[in-house]
Design a protein around this ligand. Structure first.
Ligand code: ZN
Length: 220
C-alpha cells in the first residue's frame, strides 16, 4: 500500500475543489497528487486508470513490481542539486540486459521529470517539446552522432524495452506489455539524450547523469 502524505498539500493547492474520484473497478478512493496526472494505479485492486474528462476509466493491469532495495520509492522526496522531486510513479521495463525503473516525479512548482534507475546508474531527465527535439540527417544507430545545443552526442546504447509493471501516478498513459525501441546518446559535456520510439512516434528526453551519493531521500 502506498499513500502520498507529502503530496496531500500539493493536491489541496493545485486541485482545490476537485471532486473525489473512485476506482471504477473496486470503488476505492483514488487521489491524484498533482493536476498533471493522466494515469494512476488503484492501490486497492491494482488496476491502472486513465483520468479523462474529470473521471476515471479502466486501462488495464499494473503488472508486477518485485521490490528490491531501491534508492527511493513512491511518496518519497528526492533532493538532487538542491531541488526537491516528489516521487509519484514507478514504471519498470525489461530489456535484454535485465530491467530498469523509471520514476515519474514533479518538482515543487509541478514540472514533471523522469528519474531512470538502472542498478547504480541514475539519469534525471525531462521530456523535450517538439521544437526542442534534436535535428539530424538519416537514421540513428550505434555510434551515430548529432549536435544538439552546441553539444555533440553519440548513440551509446539502443535496444527494445517492454513495460512490465506500473505503480502510482504518471503524466501520460503507459501500459504493461507495451514495447518500444530506445536510444541513449551520450553528450561530450555529460548530458544524456534519449529517444523512445513506438510505431515511428518519437519522444525525446534530455537529462544528466546523477551520482547516487548526491541524492538525499526523505522517506514518506
Ligand atoms: Zn480499484
Amino acid at each position: 500500500m502506498q499513500d502520498f502524505p507529502a503530496c496531500t498539500l500539493v493536491l489541496a493547492v493545485e486541485l482545490g475543489g476537485m471532486k473525489e474520484l473512485h476506482c471504477p473497478n473496486c470503488g476505492a478512493l483514488v487521489s491524484p497528487a498533482v493536476a498533471s496526472v493522466k494515469m494512476i494505479t488503484c492501490t486497492s485492486c491494482s488496476t491502472t486508470l486513465l483520468l479523462q474528462d474529470g473521471g476515471l476509466r479502466l486501462a488495464g493491469r499494473q503488472g508486477v513490481l518485485h521490490d528490491g532495495p531501491m534508492l527511493f520509492g513512491l511518496g518519497d522526496t528526492a533532493t538532487i542539486a538542491g531541488i526537491d522531486y516528489h516521487i509519484l510513479g514507478q514504471a519498470r521495463f525489461s530489456y535484454e540486459r535485465g530491467s530498469w525503473d523509471e520514476f515519474w516525479a514533479t518538482d515543487t512548482v509541478g514540472a514533471a521529470f523522469w528519474i531512470s534507475v538502472d542498478e547504480g546508474d541514475l539519469i534525471l531527465q525531462r521530456s523535450l517539446s517538439r521544437q526542442d527535439w534534436p535535428k539530424y540527417d538519416g537514421y540513428l544507430s550505434l555510434g551515430s552522432t548529432l549536435r544538439h545545443r552546441d553539444e555533440e552526442f553519440t548513440v551509446a546504447e539502443q535496444g527494445d524495452g517492454t513495460c512490465t509493471g506500473l505503480r502510482g501516478s504518471f503524466g501520460h498513459a503507459l501500459s504493461v506489455g507495451e514495447s518500444y525501441r530506445f536510444l541513449n546518446l551520450q553528450g561530450e559535456d555529460g548530458s544524456v539524450l534519449s529517444a523512445e520510439i513506438e510505431a515511428r512516434q518519437y519522444e525525446w528526453f534530455l537529462g544528466q547523469w546523477i551520482d547516487p551519493f548526491d541524492v538525499t531521500v526523505r522517506r514518506s
